[in-house]
Design a binder for this molecule. Structure first.
Ligand code: G16
Ligand code: MG
Length: 216
């Protein structure tokens, strides 16, 4: 039967985390805040505004709303500059094969991302046409682990949450899927994503057989 397959963006379809990191690091450096690669984990799946608060917290930096707004603009401009050269080669291994399979099987395909830059990224990487529905940071008010983003996607596809499958790389995203009573599929480390119903290292590990079992 027809199910909703909902994909997170960063860490699932593309590795934009490395570009977010570079852009945040510039802001952090200019404020003398030590923001290391490990700290980047804290920002995965987290909104832009909340990410800045986390970084300022690392350095115990207080700021006015005006300053914060300025840094948020700077960060996004810098982030967008890294996306200019983005192309099909940045789609993570195995993703395209699964998107094609789902399309062949006439399944609902949606994006459920915290990013406000999701559309141009899908466009540049050549996968936009696979998505029937896009719900991103422009459409939601409650951040993951609130299930709003995924529930909205399922609703737009006209499919029940319990017939929905979410692919996520962040703990908050897995929790959002679980709270929404959807099937959660973790993409990444088993030790981190243990709350997921299923866990795969990456999309190359997901078989057609697994997808068919979810559909039937
Ligand atoms: C992504 C990233 C986060 C980022 C957020 C907002 O979420 O994982 O690190 O802070 O989007 O992105 P933007 O600044 O482009 O609006 P997701 O949900 O796609 O993993
Ligand atoms: Mg993610």
């Amino acid at each position: 039967s027809k199910k909703a397959f909902i994909f997170d963006l960063d860490g699932v379809i593309v590795d934009t985390a490395k570009y977010h990191f570079l852009a945040w690091q510039k802001i952090a450096k200019s404020l003398n805040i030590n923001f290391a690669h490990e700290d980047n984990e804290l920002l995965k799946g987290v909104s832009r505004v909340r990410s800045l608060d986390i970084i300022l917290g690392l350095g115990n930096v207080q700021a006015t709303q005006e300053q914060k707004d300025q840094w948020l603009i700077q960060k996004n401009e810098d982030y967008l500059s890294y996306l200019v050269d983005m192309d099909e080669s940045e789609v993570l291994p195995g993703v395209l094969k699964i998107l094609k399979l789902l399309k062949d099987k006439n399944q609902g395909i949606a994006l459920g991302s915290a990013s406000k830059n999701a559309r141009p990224i899908l466009e540049k990487t050549g996968v936009l046409s696979y998505f029937n529905v896009i719900v991103d940071g422009n459409d939601v008010t409650n951040a993951k682990p609130d299930p709003e983003v995924f529930l909205k996607a399922a609703q737009l596809l006209n499919i029940d949450p319990k017939d929905s499958i979410v692919f996520e790389d962040s703990v908050a995203g897995i929790q959002a899927a679980n709270i929404g009573e959807m099937v959660s599929v973790g993409i990444g480390e088993e030790t981190i994503l243990h709350e997921a119903d299923y866990i795969f290292k990456d999309f190359t590990q997901i078989t057609a057989d697994f997808i068919e079992k979810l559909i039937n």
